[in-house]
Design a protein around this ligand. Structure first.
Ligand SMILES: Cc1cc2nc3c(=O)[nH]c(=O)nc-3n(C[C@H](O)[C@H](O)[C@H](O)COP(=O)(O)OP(=O)(O)OC[C@H]3O[C@@H](n4cnc5c(N)ncnc54)[C@H](O)[C@@H]3O)c2cc1C
Ligand code: FES
Ligand code: FES
Length: 1353
């Protein structure tokens, strides 16, 4: 006793000493750095944020239970490095590291969390490290920050802080991680720009055994097509990296450690404006609270309750936090297995189970292996760190994965209340309805027993989701069979499905009737037959896909059957060696080619190779044009110092605006009543059409679109008005209280097919024709796409107080248009309106048009109130209001010869334009010929007018859709002629040096042909094709496909005046240079390139040149940064400006009067259907190989390779990154990104939980980019080629490879290989196209009158 006290005393003294040292250190360093920690002494909650070098101790007196860490950090603490991307845990942009002292383990634990779901009150006593805390450009970068920047892993930079924090936390826990560790750590972080490969490249330098990606550089003098090159194994110089020194990491604040040790055992109470939270320390107190307040939800991770309260407005006046109760966090291993506390995180469970499967014999841990398979794909790492086992089960959401597998494992729940404890089995009876369990309201789940498996028990878990990882499952299943020892007879069978109804489902009949039967083929067919009857998926099931789900349910059972056969065989085999006793056990069997069905796809860290031509040795070393150089702001982006519009500090008196949108698709507005909203706290005013002092419209090529709907609404999501309040939360709540009365109007339709029926089209209709063609017949449909830029749209409007001047800090790709529109709305001249654009967190075409309307609305509010107003769309509203890429329906007829030569094609492109024209008229038929010379070709482009939010520009601007239709035509001709698709492509390609497009624009296709030939050669296409065929002949349930396409893509705007750049170059007396231009920096590195160009022309080092921001006050009337032409146009303008200055500076230099910069002459005569549509063409070719799982519809991309011409580009490595980023966006477009509209025209996919963009797991395992050597382009800056948009289309190679794989499966089953497949090729479409006995069993919905869950619009 005495010894214990003595040691406790020593322990105390030691930590007090540490505390003194810590404060001393801070005091001394403060003398050097001239500032000392800010200490906000309030009360109650204490946590510490580290701000570079210093800890910032925050004591928040009025901690509001509704406040989450993200808004607290950004708005109260002023740390804006942590970003808002979705607000629901689905993007990882807000990742931070939390460290806590674990009393029981006496150790500090570090883990990532999602700041947008973490209530601050749950962080009492925790240390929070944000991106600012680990390094800065002012002091020292952390190696993680340095490496992501130098490896070109930061483009727009909006995802970068989250990526950095995920990696930093991994290194805190494991300084030498494996590649698998990195893959796992980054699985919950999305990036929309880079394609992930460069991020991985930067981070894998921390692995001991890994090297950088291969970079191949051609010698500049190498002959064409020569692969003689220097092979460099580092993409960037590794020797200049800062070493990782874990001893330099900030220590966990000793004061927090002491605080945690001395914890009193009292409950913590937090009283907010609307919500109170109590956090008991003792279990008995928790039970008392639950008894007193049975309806108060109990939270731990807050990953279910949080999104409901934050995103869906669910209100709970009292919340009980159970994360401090040690009994709920206990993990114990006993004779029968694991008992895990209900409040243990999924990561804790994963770690425990991972340990035991390594240490314990296999047959005991079969169940744990199945559980692990589920846990590893479930959500991202950050969510798994927060989410708890109890929360997952008791949320009673069938999409959640744990219940099905735990039920199959015969787990037991121990629940406790003031009245005592009871144990209940985890099975289907636990769940009463969606979101409801049979637990009494006052009961708390204490722990869960997860037993070992017995020797003759076989277990499996399955799930299929939109994306292999970090996505809710459509269907999850847990299955266990117990076999009577020494036989093959079923003793018991448990099958559980999540996702076939509102609760967990056990197909009882199947489970009962298969007992006592031999595990063999008869059982399999009987099992499938029974499941067909037993699993009833209602056609109206939430989320739709009834047929697919039912097919999956039976297919999973088939997989399970085979897995058990294999495992039984293995076990019997082992036992036979020991004894002859087992000879009586029959060997159930299946053909060898079935085996591949059992191997799940393995997620791998993408590897790749980039090759490009080196600059000439004669080029001066200070001239960076053509050399790999880092993004100008990469370090700032990696440290969180880079400022985006919403990072700007609050302007004095600033208000917040929240849009009120239509809930009807087509209706007359009878009344708008904001009176209830105006009574809400913090509410300042309501603005609508009547408040617009100027014109209530946005004019685009004389097509007006209302800012605020005045009399009639034409889509759900149309802006009717806006509330303006003192804070975001107040504005959000008040917006819900604005009541609009409608009178519904007819007609209402949303799909292209319906628009055709109603002959509802916008003018003008476009037609381009060559030769003589006939009517159209076949169709291909391609769905739309959401931009999903990581930074949502927004603006801050600041009235200047005199002469009606207004400044706007705005995320726009087209500052001049925003300026013009704001002026029009306010009724003032453009010269009074100044738009400032520092940078954008991604744009992809989505920040050209809608942001101008949002800016005008915000400016109207600022004008009305006389105060600054901030608008920052939440992700759901952004997706609803701003819309995205047009869905397309191509109808075609094609004439061809038996050798595959196409003689005529007639294609009509119907695009869904939504309710207004926006830029849709420009999404035309000009790209339709791709690289093919079809002598008789007719293209008609029709924009359908429907009652959906207006579709707008998106990277590729109609190209990815138009090209897709043409490639479908080629694919179909190949199938019908029985020829390889690449042969049909090859024989139809343009070949003559002087070729003409179908709109009579001349071009030289030589580079395209070179790209195509080199792509096939480098990909070893023929060898791969043979390997694919061999694989397909020996595997029934997995099939491979390979596809390659060439590309010709027009760069620039078809309206010549848009192809202009503008720049202002100032040279100061100290020799420094300021370059301002009309383009906007959104990750494409336009500033970096402008600096390199100025450096070359002015002959000054890049370090003396700076670009500040895009400002309409400095560079007026600039064109948008879009159409892959921003850098070309701006680059030319910078070059021109610098040359002018050089001429003035060097009077000896002869003046060159021809060098004036005019818009290149592009335009199309639509009457004649011909003209110079593009400034120039860029070319390329891409090849991809995929494997599909015919039983689940899952697919994996093994390999992709592109060849793109590029010469003397300003920064080759970052161009490779841009190519990969565009390609991965295309992967999303053609395979997983699926927007769902309800039959009422309501967008249902309004966030990353429902709408999946590619994550790390979707990147091809091998991704190679080769820039064509010696490619010429006299039209653009330093012979560059626009590559922003074209790579998106390369994603279609995956679509066609999938189609080829499906065709292989269908051919084997005696079905036709010509079959319809619309884009995106989702798991559902793949599975259902691989028709077999299981798809037949999942009969289609019987009730034909039932409305579909969603529409193909
Ligand atoms: C972006 C994202 C992705 C996700 N992806 C997946 C996925 O792929 N698969 C999947 O399965 N899940 C997924 N989830 C869900 C996640 O696993 C669950 O939200 C989580 O497990 C719930 O735990 P929690 O502690 O956060 O629950 P909380 O939100 O804190 O609480 C949830 C519910 O459980 C009740 N509860 C919790 N603990 C107890 C207890 N001890 N006693 C009584 N009642 C209790 C609460 O009252 C509440 O109703 C995802 C969640 C997010 C946000
Ligand atoms: S903003 Fe938090 S995960 Fe997206
Ligand atoms: S750099 Fe990742 S989202 Fe832009």
């Amino acid at each position: 006793m005495l010894t214990k006290r003595f040691f406790n005393y020593i322990y105390e003294v030691f930590f007090s000493f540490l505390l003194v040292v810590h404060w001393l250190f801070k005091f001394i360093t403060s003398l050097f750095y001239k500032f000392f920690d800010r200490i906000i002494i309030l009360s109650f909650i204490v946590f510490v944020c580290f701000s570079s070098l210093f800890s910032l101790q925050v004591v928040e007196k009025n901690a509001d239970p509704e406040e989450v860490l993200l808004s607290f950090l950004r708005r109260k603490v002023g740390l804006t490095g942590t970003k808002y991307g979705c607000g629901g845990g689905g993007c990882g942009a807000c990742t931070v590291m939390v460290s806590t002292y674990d009393r029981n383990q006496r150790t500090v634990v570090h883990y990532t969390v999602i700041a947008c779901l973490q209530p601050i009150v749950t962080l009492h006593g925790a240390a929070v490290v944000t991106v600012e805390g680990i390094g800065s450009t002012k002091t020292k970068l952390h190696p993680v920050q340095e490496r992501i920047a130098k490896a070109h892993g930061s483009q727009c930079g909006f995802c970068t802080p989250g990526m950095v924090m995920s990696m930093y936390t991994l290194l805190r826990n494991k300084p030498q991680p494996t590649m698998e560790d990195i893959r796992e750590a980054l699985g919950g972080n999305l990036c929309r720009c880079t394609g992930y490969r460069p991020i991985i490249d930067g981070f894998k330098t921390f692995c001991e055994s890994e090297v950088g990606v291969e970079q191949t550089c051609y010698s500049p003098d190498s002959p064409l097509n020569s692969y003689l090159h220097t092979l460099i194994t580092e993409l960037f110089p590794m020797d200049c990296f800062l070493p990782l020194d874990p001893s330099q990491d900030l220590i966990f604040p000793p004061e927090l450690m002491i605080m945690e040790k001395k914890v009193s055992g009292d409950a913590l109470y937090f009283q907010g404006e609307r919500v109170n939270l109590v956090a008991p320390f003792k279990l008995s107190h928790l039970l008392e609270l639950k008894a007193e307040h049975p309806s108060a939800p109990l939270i731990v991770g807050n990953t279910t309750i949080g999104p409901k309260m934050l995103l869906k407005g669910v209100y709970h006046p009292l919340v009980i936090y159970a994360g401090r109760i040690s009994e709920l966090k206990a993990v114990t291993w006993g004779e029968t297995g694991l008992t895990v506390g209900a409040a243990c995180s999924l990561s804790t469970l994963q770690k425990e189970v991972e340990k035991v499967v390594v240490e314990t014999e296999e047959e005991k841990t079969r169940g744990y292996r199945a559980l692990l398979q589920t846990l590893r794909c479930l959500a991202g790492k950050q969510i798994r760190n927060m989410a708890t086992v109890g929360g997952n089960i008791l949320s009673a959401n069938p999409k959640y994965d744990l219940s099905s597998v735990l039920a199959a494992l015969d787990c037991t729940l121990h629940v406790i209340s003031k009245d005592g404890m009871r144990s209940i089995p985890l099975d289907e009876k636990l769940f009463a309805d969606f979101g409801k369990t049979v637990l009494r309201p006052e009961e708390v789940l204490l722990s869960i027993d997860i037993p070992y498996t017995k020797p003759w028990e076989f277990v499996a878990a399955y799930r299929q989701a939109q994306r292999r990882e970090f996505a809710f499952s459509f269907l999850n299943a847990g299955m266990k069979v117990a076999i009577k020892e020494g036989t093959d007879v079923v003793e018991s069978l448990s099958i559980y499905y999540g996702g076939v109804g509102p609760t967990l489902v056990k197909p009882k009949l199947t489970c009962q009737q298969l007992v006592s039967r031999s595990w063999g083929e008869d059982l399999l067919s009987e099992g499938c037959r029974l499941l067909k009857e037993d699993v009833d998926v209602s056609p109206s099931i939430h989320g739709g896909r009834a047929e697919f789900r039912k097919t999956l349910a039976i297919s999973f059972f088939f997989k399970f059957y085979m897995q058990v056969v294999l495992e039984m065989r293995e076990r019997v085999g082992k036992l036979r060696i020991m004894s002859t006793l087992w000879d009586g056990v029959s060997d159930a069997d299946f053909p060898l080619e079935y085996l591949s069905a059992l191997k799940p796809f393995k997620n791998e860290v993408p590897q790749g190779q980039q090759s490009f031509q080196l600059v000439s040795e004669a080029q001066p070393s200070a001239d960076l044009v053509g050399r790999p150089s880092m993004h100008q702001s990469a370090f700032q982006q990696a440290t969180g110092e880079a400022k985006y519009y919403d990072d700007l500090p609050l302007v004095q008196g600033e208000l917040f605006i929240f849009m009120v949108t239509s809930t009807r698709a087509h209706a007359k507005i009878i009344n708008i009543d904001p009176s209830e909203a105006l009574k809400m706290p913090g509410m300042v005013t309501f603005v609508s059409a009547g408040d617009v002092p100027g014109a209530n419209c946005r004019l685009w090529f004389n097509n007006p679109e209302e800012l605020f709907a005045e009399e009639e609404v034409v889509c759900v999501g149309q802006i009717i008005g806006a509330v303006v309040a003192e804070s975001r939360e107040q504005a959000r709540r008040a917006a819900k209280e604005v009541h609009v009365t409608y009178h519904d109007l007819q007609p209402v339709f949303f799909t292209i097919e319906d628009a055709i029926r109603h002959e509802s089209y916008f003018e003008p209709k476009r037609k381009v024709e060559r030769g003589d063609v006939d009517e159209a017949l076949k169709t291909i449909y391609m769905g739309g796409q959401e931009h999903f830029y990581m930074e949502t749209q927004g603006v801050i409007a600041v009235p200047k107080g005199e002469h009606e001047e207004m400044d706007l800090f705005v995320a726009t790709q087209h500052a001049a248009f925003t300026q013009e529109l704001v002026g029009m709305a306010l009724g003032v001249d453009s010269n009074k309106i100044t738009c400032h654009v520092k940078r954008l967190g991604g744009g992809f075409g989505g920040k050209v048009m809608k942001i101008a309307s949002l800016s005008a609305i915000t400016a109207v509010a600022a004008h009305k109130t006389g105060r600054a107003v901030r608008c920052c769309l939440e992700r759901g509203d952004d997706m609803l209001i701003t819309s995205g890429r047009h869905p397309f329906l191509g109808k075609y007829k094609v004439g061809y010869n038996n050798d595959g030569t196409i003689v005529a094609a007639d294609i009509t492109y119907y695009s869904n334009g939504g309710s207004t024209l926006d830029e849709s008229a420009f999404v035309t038929v000009l790209h339709m010929d791709n690289g093919y010379k079809i002598p008789n070709l007719r293209g008609r482009g029709v924009v359908c007018k429907t009652y959906l939010p207006s579709y707008t520009a998106f990277r590729g601007f109609g190209g990815p859709q138009g090209l897709m239709v043409m490639e479908s035509v080629l694919h179909e001709v190949a199938v019908r002629c029985g020829l390889p698709a690449e042969k049909v492509r090859d024989i139809n390609m343009y070949r003559e040096e002087q070729s003409y497009t179908h709109h009579k624009q001349p071009f030289n296709p030589t580079d395209m042909v070179r790209c195509w030939d080199e792509c096939l050669e480098r990909a070893n296409y023929q060898d791969r094709l043979r390997a694919v065929q061999l694989f397909n002949s020996s595997n029934r349930w997995k099939k491979r496909g390979i596809s390659a396409v060439p590309q010709k893509f027009g760069v620039g705007f078809s309206k010549g005046f848009c192809n202009q750049g503008a720049a202002l170059v100032n040279i100061y007396k100290d020799g420094s240079v300021l370059v301002t231009h009309g383009g906007t920096e959104m990750g494409q590195g336009i500033n970096t390139k402008a600096i390199q160009i100025a450096s070359r022309v002015l002959k000054v080092p890049v370090s003396s040149i700076f670009t500040k921001e895009t400002c309409t006050g400095n560079v007026p009337n600039a064109a948008p940064s879009a159409a892959s032409f921003g850098t070309d146009a701006v680059g030319m303008a910078v070059k021109d400006a610098c040359e002018k200055l050089m001429r003035r500076l060097q009077p000896l230099m002869e003046k060159n009067p021809q060098n004036t910069w005019k818009g290149p002459p592009t335009d199309v005569d639509w009457e004649k259907g011909e003209g110079q549509a593009y400034y120039y063409f860029t070319f390329g070719a891409c090849c991809s190989e995929v494997e599909i799982d015919c039983l689940t519809g899952d697919h994996k991309v093994f390999f992709s390779l592109f060849k793109i011409p590029k010469k003397h580009i300003t920064s080759k490595v970052s161009e490779c990154t841009a190519v990969e980023g565009g390609f991965v966006q295309g992967v999303g477009l053609y395979t997983i990104e699926e927007l769902q509209f309800s039959p009422d025209g309501v967008l249902m996919t309004r966030g990353p939980s429902q709408y999946k963009v590619p994550a790390l797991c979707d990147v091809p395992a091998e991704l190679n980019v080769h820039l064509l050597a010696n490619a010429e382009n006299p039209h653009a800056i330093y012979l560059s080629k626009g590559i922003g948009e074209p790579p998106v289309f390369f994603g279609s190679t995956i679509f066609f490879a999938i189609k080829a794989a499906i065709a292989a499966a269908r051919t084997e089953r005696g079905l036709g290989d010509a079959f319809p497949l619309s884009s995106p090729a989702t798991a559902e479409k793949i599975r259902m196209a691989c028709q077999d006995e299981f798809t037949k069993m999942a009969s289609p919905p019987t009730d034909g009158a039932m409305a579909p869950w969603c529409l193909d619009v």
